[in-house]
Design a binder for this molecule. Structure first.
Ligand code: CA
Length: 319
């Protein structure tokens, strides 16, 4: 699958009446698009990823692509029952690959952010490192699911800077964490459950994005557009809005409808379109169990028949 090399490249997968969508655009001022997005389907779940590379001609594009490729390789070749462990392991593997590549002096300045949402049955895990963000859109309102790993966010947390001044701060984009910066990367992970018996009508939407988008579009604009339009139209509209305001950076967004509402409280399993279908897993495990029982029965029967044959033969010889 080509990943975000051309403007308006889009991905959509069917889910109920809504199609998840993602879009990346070089923006108005940059020559390269160092952002990437991807959807990775694996036996451990389905992961949506947005990565924002840095390093310019010295590896910005490469860093984001390396991260996506490493995560894909890891998830496709390993099977995890725990989606949180799966996503963390994939991000750490991507970090390992980029840290190694940075040992080449040409690429010593490269790195990438990652924000990812991984679906497995009713569970959703959101992981991030850097300043790409995950938002939840519910009933026309935005909720931030991630906290930027930036110098200004630390200042906001310490009460030294107002939230509204953070994006205009001269050091607004100085990261305190990203993939490639150090071998012992700390990855922030949050776990949610999809509750299907909601009474709110429309389900939640998860939005992943790079700073090229949220720097130029307000939370209320994002909430209104994502609530009012289908995901594909919302992606196009939001990217165009950011470009109409300068499009200074690469712009990437993914909008993923959720069949229900996200909660930090556990939900019942079964029947989810995303990720591993629990009932299929149960069936597979049940089949494996039956095969093992049959093999054990065959083995015990063979031993019993052999022993009876030997006993009968011995009795015959003695008689
Ligand atoms: Ca960026």
């Amino acid at each position: 699958m080509q990943l975000g090399r051309t403007a308006f490249e889009q991905i959509g997968r069917e889910t109920g009446n809504q199609m998840p969508a993602a879009l990346t655009d070089t923006g108005c001022e940059r020559d390269l698009n160092e952002d990437r997005y991807a959807v990775i389907e694996s036996s451990s779940g389905v992961a949506w990823i947005v990565a924002d590379g840095m390093g310019g001609v010295s590896g910005g594009e490469l860093a984001a692509q390396l991260a996506i490729d490493a995560m894909r390789r890891h998830l496709e070749t390993n099977q995890y029952r725990d989606v949180e462990i799966a996503l963390r392991a994939a991000v750490l593997e991507a970090n390992r690959v980029i840290v190694l590549r940075r040992q080449n002096p040409i690429f010593s300045g490269m790195g990438t952010t990652v924000v990812a949402a991984m679906f497995q049955g009713p569970q959703v895990v959101v992981a991030h490192a850097g300043d790409s963000r995950a938002y939840l859109i519910r009933d026309g309102m935005t909720q931030h699911l991630t906290l930027d790993h930036t110098l200004v966010q630390e200042m906001v947390t310490l009460g030294e800077l107002a939230v509204e001044d953070a994006l205009n701060h001269p050091q607004a984009h100085v990261l305190t964490r990203c993939l490639g910066s150090e071998p012992g990367l700390r990855v922030d992970i949050a776990k949610y459950w999809i509750h299907r018996d909601n009474t709110t009508g429309a389900g939640d939407k998860l939005v992943l994005m790079s700073d090229g988008l949220y720097s130029l579009v307000t939370d209320s604009e994002l909430a209104a557009i994502v609530s009012d339009l289908d995901p594909q139209r919302a992606c196009v509209h939001l990217v165009e809005l950011a470009k109409s305001r300068g499009g200074f950076d690469n712009i990437t967004i993914a909008v993923i409808p959720v069949e229900g509402v996200l909660s930090e409280e556990p939900a019942q399993t079964g029947g989810y379109r995303y990720g591993v279908d629990e009932s299929e897993h149960t069936n597979t495990r049940g089949t494996e169990l039956r095969v093992k029982r049959l093999l054990a029965l065959w083995f015990v029967s063979s031993i019993a028949i052999a022993m009876m044959t030997i006993l009968g033969f011995t009795v015959f010889l003695l008689s």
